[in-house]
Ligand binder design. Structure first.
Ligand code: PGA
Length: 257
């Protein structure tokens, strides 16, 4: 982490927890992390069906709410989809976009991610844009080409004044839910490449200010080493965010020392 950027720790609960279970977990997390929120931003992203319940559970706390996806259209015949305005009015400030599970399993292309990003920004949300390479791409030496390509495509047409509302998450696909974390050095190398791209293709100020989280099997044991890297500004936490004690320990590791 760098003192110039505030840590950002985001819980991605994926397709876990009913509304009541999610509210209970949010309450348990809140008790444990509320004192840390002066130093680090904490966000919980439950499934759509739990947004209202978690929003209520987080009332009067500094913990923010986020969604895991949205549709790029504002409204219309899109059965089963949720718009940016629906998310916003459910109490969300953030939205995760382009997660590899959606890219790989739900067929989301770079073009779809770009449209979703545009819709999120238009609605006033703070998008978290995920990028990451597969093991095959890494082994072929294509990591940077893949993640920078995803970044370039997502940010195409996004004006500089909107970029300040975006954060990035580097999530190597091979590290997600596998227990196989990228080493701190492997992650830092990609984070530095993302920041460098922003510096040369956009603006120095944007590159310096944008927060880049690492995601992929972060746990209380490896979080501190990852977050100690200059260009790693926090984490997008899946499995370990489903347990209040584990998540609280990771949040604590995200306080700039
Ligand atoms: P994980 O998931 O922490 O369970 O690996 C991270 C993510 O997919 O956001």
């Amino acid at each position: 982490m760098n003192v110039a950027r505030r840590g950002l720790i985001v819980a991605n609960w994926k397709m876990h927890k009913t509304a009541q279970e999610a509210a209970d977990l949010a309450g348990a997390i809140s008790l444990r992390v509320v004192d840390h929120c002066a130093s680090v931003d904490v966000v919980l992203c439950p499934p759509f069906t739990s947004l209202q319940a978690v929003h209520s559970a987080l009332e009067n706390t500094p913990i923010a709410l986020g969604a895991q996806n949205l549709h790029w259209e504002t409204e219309g015949p899109f059965t089963g989809e949720i718009s940016a305005a629906m998310i916003l009015t459910s109490g969300c400030r953030y939205v995760i976009l382009g997660h590899s599970e959606r890219r790989q399993r739900c067929g989301e292309s770079d073009e779809v991610v770009r449209r979703k990003l545009s819709a999120a920004l238009k609605a006033g949300l703070e998008p978290i844009v995920c990028v990451g390479e597969t093991l095959q791409q890494r082994e072929a030496g294509n990591t940077n080409r893949v993640v920078l390509g995803q970044l370039e495509s997502a940010l195409e047409g996004v004006p500089s004044e909107d970029l300040v509302r975006i954060s990035l998450a580097y999530e190597p696909v091979w590290a997600i839910g596998t227990g196989q974390t990228a080493t701190a050095a492997q992650a830092e190398e990609v984070h530095a490449a993302l920041r460098k791209w922003l510096r040369y293709e956009r603006e120095e100020k944007i590159a310096q200010g944008i927060r880049i989280q690492y995601g992929g099997s972060v746990n209380p044991e490896n979080a501190a080493e990852l977050f100690a890297q200059e260009n790693i500004d926090g984490g997008l936490i899946g499995g370990a965010s489903l347990d209040a004690d584990s998540f609280a320990a990771i949040v604590q590791a995200g306080i700039y020392q």
